[in-house]
Design a protein around this ligand. Structure first.
Ligand code: SF4
Length: 329
């Protein structure tokens, strides 16, 4: 079960004297939006505005100003480098899942030096799992990420700096979370085994196979972009995905090769939003996972920034690097 902290939200709205509040939920939690809205209205009298736009992370924090007094953002932690706003409350929706038995079953697959990672929903399990692993004689490290990361051990789909910070101290990482999206960021970003322990299904699996399958597709996309004469360099207007300065640098580099480059700003990157542009390839400076995970949806190759390096001959495939979004974007 995920904790929505409804009473904390009510207290925060009352203490802040807010009369209107926007509610922003990621796709998987939108099913709870009307129920949360009802609870808040009944207990505070505040007007609520459900944000119906797609939401995939705190990187696309809704711009509530001028529409409501405050914003409650569900399902993600703050991104510290985006700055603080006392009128924004983050409800991280942490899970109360427990892990006693299955962690013992998975011990045999773990080496002596282990790094622990998690999604925001399962961060509370880290101290307990750390204790269990240490009791088994292992050395456990929990890394501190850069300023895009709110908590030790936390991984975003575009940033695995928590793993990078302890890379030399571990033989492999144990990732606590559901789904492939977040563990894949670690698998792309560090050259160590990433074992995933799903706290709900209790399943343990290695990310190597799916990582290699996606990287083979990235190799194909890079190869097919090598003959491109024109590139659409995409900049996203969302606060935590906007790498406009990077886009300008990339455009200069493309043009210096005698190739054409165009800068385009968009809110949502979808096959329909790109279909009108007459270019040979896309360079995506927004969320790197759009190119990496969803490439099959696009009719032309879409590259991350580090993949463009390979296309331009400035990097070898052997030095492939995950295009992470760093603080300050
Ligand atoms: S940029 Fe992509 S991976 Fe990073 S927080 Fe936003 S949606 Fe998630």
């Amino acid at each position: 079960m995920f904790d929505f902290q409804l009473d904390n939200i009510v207290a925060w709205i009352r203490d802040g004297g807010y009369t209107s509040v926007a509610l922003q939920l990621p796709e998987g939690l939108k099913i709870r939006a009307t129920e949360i809205s009802d609870y808040i209205s009944e207990h505070t009298g505040a007007d609520t505005l459900i944000v119906g736009l797609p939401c995939y992370g705190a990187c696309d924090l809704y711009d509530y100003k001028g529409k409501t007094d405050a914003l409650v953002h569900f399902g993600h932690s703050p991104i510290p480098s985006q700055g603080e706003d006392r009128n924004v409350l983050y409800i991280e929706s942490r899970s109360d899942a427990d892990l006693d038995g299955p962690i013992l079953d998975s011990l045999e697959t773990l080496p002596e030096k282990v790094g622990l990672l998690a999604t925001i929903q399962y961060l509370d399990l880290i101290p307990k799992v750390k204790g269990i692993l240490e009791a088994s004689g292992r050395k456990v490290s929990v890394g501190k990420g850069d300023l895009r990361i709110a908590y030790p051990g936390q991984v975003l789909g575009c940033n695995c700096s928590s793993a990078e910070s302890v890379l030399d101290d571990v033989d492999a990482f144990l990732f606590l979370g559901e789904g492939d999206f977040h563990p894949l960021a670690a698998a792309f970003g560090v050259k160590k085994d990433i074992l995933v322990l799903n706290p709900v299904t209790k399943e343990v699996r290695n990310m190597a196979e799916i990582r290699d399958r996606i990287l083979r597709k990235r190799f194909a996309a890079i190869q097919s972009a090598k003959g491109a004469q024109s590139f659409l360099v995409i900049v996203c207007s969302k606060i935590g995905q906007n790498r406009s300065a990077e886009a300008d640098r990339v455009i200069e580099r493309i043009r210096s090769r005698g190739l054409k480059a165009y800068k385009a700003v968009m809110e949502e990157i979808t096959p329909i939003s790109l279909m009108s542009y007459r270019v040979d390839a896309y360079v995506n400076t927004a969320c790197p996972r759009v190119a990496m995970d969803d490439s099959a949806k696009y009719d032309r190759p879409m590259l991350t920034l580090t993949e463009l390096d390979i296309v331009l001959g400035d990097r070898e495939w052997a030095d492939y690097e995950f295009d992470q979004i760093r603080p300050g974007c």
